[in-house]
Design a binder for this molecule. Structure first.
Ligand code: SF4
Ligand SMILES: [Zn+2]
Ligand SMILES: [Zn+2]
Length: 321
């Protein structure tokens, strides 16, 4: 097959758009989608200037998604004195998994000459995920512990690094799965929160003073295309799956979406565009309801709706074993 634009050899065919693209035009199209998303989400505020630069902290796991996001943002903003990129890697303490992907993060940050910080569960909380999984004091899936710890460290360090935005490498498949899961769980409040935390254009979100706003500029790009981009651009991405990966429900939704996408190309895109529109409306409806009973955790001072935050209560039961 030939590229639709230059008649060179096509390296990919996107069933949802009908496009056949060669390597150069495919890479360009991925980069264009990320830049368009940065614009549409108003990520660069009007008052950003070389004297008032923005700090963008990227959650850099070393997997293909965060590596591709970092690379494209670097290419876009390397010469722009208004934006400073910082990579933040969380080490969970998972033997044979995170050590390898940490190498990928270090290589990339060195290549791109961007600041890179690494924080670990072990140093911060005195726990390693490998041990948590073995003891499992709350009888939960590994990701239920791990997600709480990761979110806590990402927001603590985003804050510490003076982040204006915290960016993560969620792709179209991830976001379509989350949208469908929220919808199927009937959790309308969660949909409103999702919009205000990470989806809507910054200018349209409900103001959140307690949390660094998040952004996902890779969310228009399907997972397979992110992987292809990482491969073609020869990026140091690490592809091994986490051995404790246990999100059973998400796995089910993922399979369902693969099937739907195959029979009805474009399903992921339409789920996301409808969901985002709906989430914006719901967030307006819910505005002011949320945050009323936020307070500080008595143990660690982080913002929570309980007396002791979820992270502190999980740590307490882990340390009690
Ligand atoms: S798959 Fe689960 S346990 Fe593994 S790193 Fe991700 S959240 Fe943690
Ligand atoms: Zn071409
Ligand atoms: Zn706490």
């Amino acid at each position: 097959m030939n590229c639709d634009r230059c008649k060179g050899d096509a390296v990919m065919h996107a069933a949802y758009s009908g496009a056949h693209l060669c390597e150069a035009h495919f890479c360009e199209s991925v980069e264009r989608r990320v830049r368009r998303r940065v614009r549409r989400d108003d990520l660069v505020p009007k008052d950003a200037s070389p004297e008032n630069p923005q700090t963008w902290v990227i959650g850099l796991s070393g997997g293909k998604d965060s590596v591709v996001l970092t690379q494209i943002l670097h290419e876009t903003f390397a010469e722009d004195p208004r934006i400073e990129l910082v990579g933040l890697t969380i080490h969970e303490g998972i033997e044979g998994y995170r050590d390898k992907s940490l190498e990928a993060c270090v290589d990339l940050a060195e290549d791109l000459e961007i600041r890179h910080e690494v924080v670990s569960y072990e140093e911060e909380f005195g726990v390693r995920m490998d041990d948590v999984v073995e003891d499992d004091p709350e009888n939960m899936a590994a990701c239920a512990y791990c997600g709480v710890f990761r979110r806590d460290l990402l927001s603590t360090y985003a804050d510490e690094l003076g982040a204006d935005i915290l960016l993560t490498g969620h792709n179209l498949d991830d976001e379509a799965q989350t949208a469908l899961m929220n919808f199927l769980e009937g959790d309308v409040a969660q949909i409103a929160k999702h919009f205000d935390a990470s989806l809507g254009p910054l200018s349209e979100r409900e103001e959140q003073t307690e949390f660094v706003p998040r952004a996902k500029p890779l969310r228009d790009v399907p997972e397979k295309e992110v992987a292809l981009y990482a491969h073609l651009a020869d990026l140091p991405a690490h592809i091994t799956e986490c051995p404790h990966s246990s999100e059973a429900y998400r796995g089910e939704i993922q399979k369902l979406l693969y099937g739907l996408e195959e029979n009805h190309p474009g399903t992921r895109h339409s789920i996301i565009s409808g969901y985002e529109e709906l989430a914006g409306i719901v967030s307006d409806q819910y505005s002011g309801d949320d945050g009323a009973d936020l307070r500080e955790c008595v143990e660690c001072g982080s913002t929570t709706t309980r007396e002791v935050c979820r992270k502190c209560s999980l740590l307490e039961s882990i340390h009690a074993v």
